[in-house]
Design a protein around this ligand. Structure first.
Ligand SMILES: Cc1ncc(COP(=O)(O)O)c(C=O)c1O
Length: 357
């Protein structure tokens, strides 16, 4: 059965990539083995690893003074790894714009003088705070670029105006839009939304920030450990990196991040325009701060929301139930969600609206 999967993560992957995995699964390029079975020191895996690193650098235009690291532990492990590696003066400011930024701030509190510079909790995280002031003499400012649960995102308008190093969680927006890596000291992202199955976590970090970890920093969390070993200090999540490499190739063939950004903006506009014109569905987010990846929406009636999710599933539109913190529905429309998937959702919403007036 063919479905459109609107899950917030793990989420859809390009069909072309899955077919390629299927074709090569039992015998990867004449090795007689699956990538799941081969040594991470083998020539086949080495080629995958190097190509994945090089393609990600090319796609995001990562300058030479940044390392790209493939680590494990998910984005959540970075909530601790970041302060352990970056706190020198012992002070950092966090902007809390949702659940994950809150978790990041809470984890960091164990290691230094951490302050919440601004929060959008007062309006249930439906906006991004603007013109935030930060303390002097801090090691970094932490933001979550795209809020997976509440459906907000940073744009140029809200991006922190500060000379401090900016650290950003890009878990739910990496490779969805063009970014200028130079604006950040560190970017991190779990793979399981726009990149690959869960397993690998991406860390893009400016080289001068590496090697200054606290003495209590576990060896495996120190960026220097993986930077010195080209992310092969220990066994990496080989299969996740292999699939990431295929997704990077696929994205390059499509025309790179600029091309996918146009498609993503188009998909998001279709959906928001429909919701804004609807008499039944609403999106609670400040229009200027709306995510182009995660679109929450509600009917205002819990029973009707539940009915919508159930009927949508029957129509092949799956994983539309909103996060438990928000309720209602959420459509995650990452890179691999085709335009047809968004159009199918809109058609279904139209029909549902007519039937449930
Ligand atoms: C923005 C954001 N940060 C962090 C996380 C946690 O990621 P992980 O499950 O890789 O630890 C998620 C997961 O959905 C997320 O959306």
């Amino acid at each position: 059965m063919k479905v459109y999967n609107f899950s917030a993560g793990p989420s859809m992957l390009p069909e072309e990539v899955k077919l390629s995995v299927q074709k090569d699964f039992l015998d990867y390029q004449g090795s007689g083995m699956s990538v799941t079975e081969m040594s991470h020191r083998s020539k086949w895996y080495d080629a995958i690893h190097m190509e994945a690193l090089a393609l990600l650098r090319e796609l995001l235009n990562v300058p030479d003074n940044y390392e790209i690291l493939f680590v494990q532990g998910g984005a959540s492990q970075q909530f601790d790894a970041i302060p352990l590696n970056l706190l020198q003066k012992g002070r950092a400011d966090y902007v809390v714009t949702g659940n994950f930024s809150g978790k990041a701030e809470k984890a960091a509190r164990k290691y230094g003088d951490i302050q919440i510079a601004a929060s959008s909790k007062d309006k249930t995280f439906t906006y991004i705070p603007e013109n935030v002031t930060f303390r002097d003499d801090i090691d970094y400012v932490h933001i979550t670029q795209n809020n997976t649960i509440f459906g907000t995102r940073y744009t140029d308008r809200t991006f922190p105006k500060t000379d401090a190093t900016i650290v950003a969680d890009h878990s739910s927006n990496i490779l969805s839009e063009v970014i200028d890596v130079n604006k950040y000291g560190l970017i991190y992202a779990g793979a399981q939304k726009n990149i690959a199955p869960a397993g690998v976590t991406i860390v893009i970090v400016r080289k001068d920030l590496i090697g200054k970890e606290m003495s209590i920093c576990p060896t495996m969390l120190a960026y220097k450990t993986q930077a010195d070993a080209n992310s092969l200090y220990n066994t990496p999540p080989c299969f996740s990196i292999y699939m990431a490499m295929l997704v990077f190739r696929h994205l390059k063939k499509l025309g790179g991040v600029k091309a996918i950004q146009q498609i993503n903006e188009y998909k998001a506009k279709l959906l928001y325009d429909f919701i804004d014109g609807s008499a039944l569905f609403t999106n609670p987010v400040n229009a200027l701060d709306r995510s182009i990846m995660n679109v929450p929406f509600v009917t205002g009636d819990d029973e009707l929301n539940a009915k919508f999710v159930k009927e949508a599933e029957k129509a092949g539109l799956v994983s539309l139930k909103g996060h438990k913190l928000v309720g209602g529905m959420r459509a995650s429309i990452y890179n691999a969600m085709p335009v047809e998937g968004v159009k199918a959702l809109i058609e279904f919403m139209k029909k549902f609206e007519l039937e449930n007036k």
